[in-house]
Design a protein. Structure first.
Length: 267
């Protein structure tokens, strides 16, 4: 967490599952195991997959797809992490595979048609996909001792049809996309990247309540940003019918950078 929050505003789950309240005895993957396996094949593990923490030059080696370094702390129970969210995980797997295989199309059109991924029941499956993202975000909140809003839990429990508080947007980081292509084409390095930012907490004017929490995570060139606004009763993915906009952007300061100038292997 990148922001200092007064202890009085933090929430101690006391070893209980943030979703149902039972004993938290399961560790959810920070990134879906299928994403890890897809991006880092056998040869990549042999060469050495590393993790670099923001603000540090220290490199930590990851031994395999089931490494504890790729998992959250125990903030969920096994039933919620597996049985109750199985449909969410399945919807995400289908969505992630489509993003992987159709990256060129998505980058050129700036959109994804959910019906092209899920077929005629795209609306129901998109809801399951949204719940997967919400589950991930809630694990991040709980791990940082930030209380998951009741309305968000109600959404996961189907007690309400609409998602409050949490707004999610997906975009393409062109600099990451171009660096991945550069490493592949110039250096013969195949694989991907998984990345995430810390939760940033915004307090109210008197520092007596959490106003919102925002952060992001990414898989290869896809950037998923989210904001949990405690005051807002609306949220979700911004859809136009079955169309999900996926705009492209370049991070500030990298608009005109040649990948050879920032590539560590080129230097």
């Amino acid at each position: 967490m990148s922001t200092s929050v007064p202890d009085a505003l933090l929430h101690d789950y006391q070893g209980r599952c943030w979703w149902c309240g039972n004993k938290a005895d399961s560790r959810e993957h920070r990134y879906k195991r299928s994403d890890v396996v897809r991006n880092f094949q056998t040869d990549a593990w042999k060469a050495g997959v590393i993790r670099v923490r923001g603000g540090s030059s220290r490199e930590e080696y990851i031994q395999g797809a089931n490494s504890g370094k790729l998992k959250f702390a125990k903030v969920l129970c096994a039933r919620c992490n597996n049985e109750r969210s199985q449909a969410f995980d399945r919807a995400y797997d289908v969505f992630a595979e489509y993003l992987h295989t159709e990256e060129e199309l998505i980058a050129s059109t700036g959109e994804v048609r959910m019906s092209a991924i899920f077929g005629t029941n795209w609306s129901e499956r998109t809801s399951d996909l949204l719940k997967y993202f919400v589950k991930h975000i809630c694990c991040r909140l709980a791990e940082d001792r930030l209380r998951v809003p009741d309305g968000v839990v109600d959404f996961l429990n189907d007690a309400r049809a609409d998602l409050p508080h949490v707004q999610i947007e997906i975009s393409i980081n062109l600099s990451v996309r171009e660096m991945t292509a550069h490493l592949r084409d110039v250096h013969g390095i195949h694989g991907g990247s998984l990345w995430s930012g810390p939760n940033k907490v915004w307090l109210n004017s008197t520092n007596t309540a959490i106003r919102s929490v925002s952060s992001h995570f990414g898989i290869n060139c896809y950037f998923l940003g989210y904001s949990c606004d405690m005051r807002s009763d609306s949220g979700g993915l911004s859809l136009d019918g079955d169309r999900l906009g996926v705009p492209s952007y370049r991070p500030e300061g990298l608009e005109d950078v040649d990948m050879r100038d920032v590539c560590r292997d080129c230097k």
